[in-house]
Design a protein around this ligand. Structure first.
Ligand code: ZN
Length: 268
């Protein structure tokens, strides 16, 4: 049996295998109840489960206009060791986006990049309103976490291919890995060096992580959970239970994220 799995199931965390979660959120959300949505309880849970680092975007900063991303900034400055944020981008407020970009440098300690949610905001990734953000992220080698979903006209494989081709200095964390269109997601990461697979919502489908490990370089896979939507013990447990090696697990759970953050000048 894998020694990581044995230790994780016994102690609830593995000291020498810290977890980096590259896709999370924060705060209450309409129509859902989260028992632990606030920064204090989230960080407490992270420590209990051996999660050393979380890159997130607060729900309030995802759906409103820029408004200084107050919730993101306050949370990161309260927990600078554990947290970094993706600056929320809502393309329905183009003026607000320009204001955000002009202030971005003031918050270099907070943001590792941007978060886009095209299906929810009703605009495709290639929409003109996103362009200033793509260009800014590319100039500054930032990470863009996008929501992606199979067969979506806004953030499906075709749209992602177009932006990955055009902006090659930035890194794209493909949230949910085009859920359902797994082969197309794999074809994309195998084609574009700046594109990564994200495990969030992928682990609800048995065997897909094994397929990813078999059909691409394991270094293209990032751990992500949508925490606090999903809990860490379940999510890390699913990686521990997959039919892959401990070397793969260490890369997925922390090594790949550490390398990515370092390559963007944001090492932890
Ligand atoms: Zn998400």
């Amino acid at each position: 049996m894998s020694s990581l799995k044995k230790d994780f199931f016994k102690y609830g965390k593995v000291e020498d295998c810290p977890v980096y979660d590259m896709h999370g959120h924060m705060g209450a959300f309409y129509g859902a109840h989260f028992p632990i949505p606030d920064p204090d309880s989230m960080v407490r849970r992270m420590r209990r489960c051996g999660v050393k680092f979380l890159a997130f975007c607060h729900h309030a900063n995802l759906f409103s206009e820029w408004k200084n991303n107050t919730e993101n900034i306050e949370a990161v400055r309260r927990y600078p060791k554990e947290l970094r944020a993706y600056c929320g981008v809502n393309p329905n407020y183009p003026d607000s986006i320009n204001e955000m970009l002009s202030k971005f440098d003031e918050f270099r300690d907070v943001f590792i990049g941007f978060k886009m949610l095209p299906d929810y905001h009703g605009m495709p990734l290639t929409h003109e309103n996103y362009r200033p953000v793509w260009e800014f992220a590319d100039r500054n080698s930032l990470i863009v976490l996008i929501h992606s979903w199979g067969n979506s006209p806004n953030d499906g494989p075709e749209q992602i291919g177009l932006v990955a081709e055009k902006y090659q200095k930035l890194k794209i964390n493909m949230g949910h890995s085009c859920h359902g269109e797994w082969d197309k997601a794999l074809a994309l990461v195998n084609k574009f060096p700046n594109l990564y697979l994200d495990l969030c919502a992928v682990l609800d489908d048995r065997g897909i992580l094994e397929k990813f490990v078999k059909e691409t370089d394991v270094e293209k896979i990032l751990f992500g959970t949508d925490f606090p939507w999903f809990d860490y013990h379940w999510y890390i447990g699913a990686v521990m239970g997959a039919d892959i090696t401990d070397t793969d697990r260490r890369k997925i759970l922390h090594g790949n994220a550490e390398k990515l953050l370092k390559s963007c000048g944001r090492s932890k």
